[in-house]
Design a protein around this ligand. Structure first.
Ligand SMILES: O=C(CO)[C@H](O)[C@H](O)COP(=O)(O)O
Length: 233
């Protein structure tokens, strides 16, 4: 089975958890895209839900498929967010932001009573850090912010280069909120809670891609079936 087929399997398992009337957080990325596709099928069959998209890409997809949308201004509390991840460990700690949407994804997940991760089995890791950690930063003070990040990374027992994310045409990648992304190639994050805490204290760093104590469960599709970490509720 292809990786894309596995992603769709995970998404299908999550769509089955959606109940009528739910207020949903809609994730970003290729796996979350399958979820929105399958959710739209249920909406066409009469399911009544509203969703808050975590990116302009997800907003465009959901709108085009007729999934009713709302905002966190109108609907500040959500029942369930379903989103992909770049890495998930056995304690449901995540790295997110490969698609550059982790700021909105974290806001939406935090506003949700439950968050469920959907992914193929390649995202399951023993130790976070193989995937470069995305760091959304503002342009002002970038040199100082970068130095503060390097110091925080070293103090947390990690090392690795920070690379400015680029678009395919070579221009700087800009998030939906107009910020830059530094990707930190750390290889291994020995203490994700400690690193998150240190990064949280840097003013020019808008948000990092470590999601800790946010996911309730992960649905991981493997060639031999679905594996679940945590409690699907
Ligand atoms: O965090 C994300 C976007 O910011 C995505 O959820 C993450 O990158 C996984 O994407 P995919 O499902 O395409 O592998």
């Amino acid at each position: 089975m292809s990786l894309d087929a596995l992603k769709r399997e995970a998404a299908a398992r999550a769509v089955a958890l959606v109940q009528p009337g739910m207020r949903l957080g809609l994730g970003t990325g290729s796996t979350a895209k399958h979820f929105v596709d399958l959710l739209a099928e249920r909406v066409r069959d009469g399911l009544s839900v509203v969703g808050v998209p975590t990116s302009e890409a997800t907003r465009a997809q959901a709108e085009s498929l007729g999934v009713p949308l709302t905002t966190l201004e109108e609907t500040p509390e959500l029942d369930l967010t379903v989103d992909g991840a770049d890495e998930v460990d056995e304690r449901l700690r995540l790295i997110k932001g490969g698609g550059g949407a982790h700021l909105r994804e974290k806001i939406v997940a935090t506003a949700s009573r439950r968050m469920i991760v959907i992914a193929d089995e390649t995202k399951r890791v023993a130790t976070l850090g193989r995937f470069p950690l995305p760091l959304e930063v503002v342009t002002f003070g970038l040199g100082a912010t970068r130095l503060a990040i390097e110091n925080a990374v070293a103090a947390s027992g990690c090392s690795g280069a920070l690379t400015m994310r680029k678009r395919p045409d070579g221009a700087s990648y800009l998030t939906d909120s107009g910020n830059l992304i530094l990707d930190a190639a750390l290889g291994r994050i020995p203490d994700p809670e400690d690193l998150a805490c240190r990064l949280n204290a840097i003013p020019g760093l808008v948000e990092h891609g470590l999601f800790i104590d946010l996911a309730d469960a992960a649905i991981l599709a493997t060639a031999s079936g679905i594996q679940v970490i945590g409690d699907l509720g």
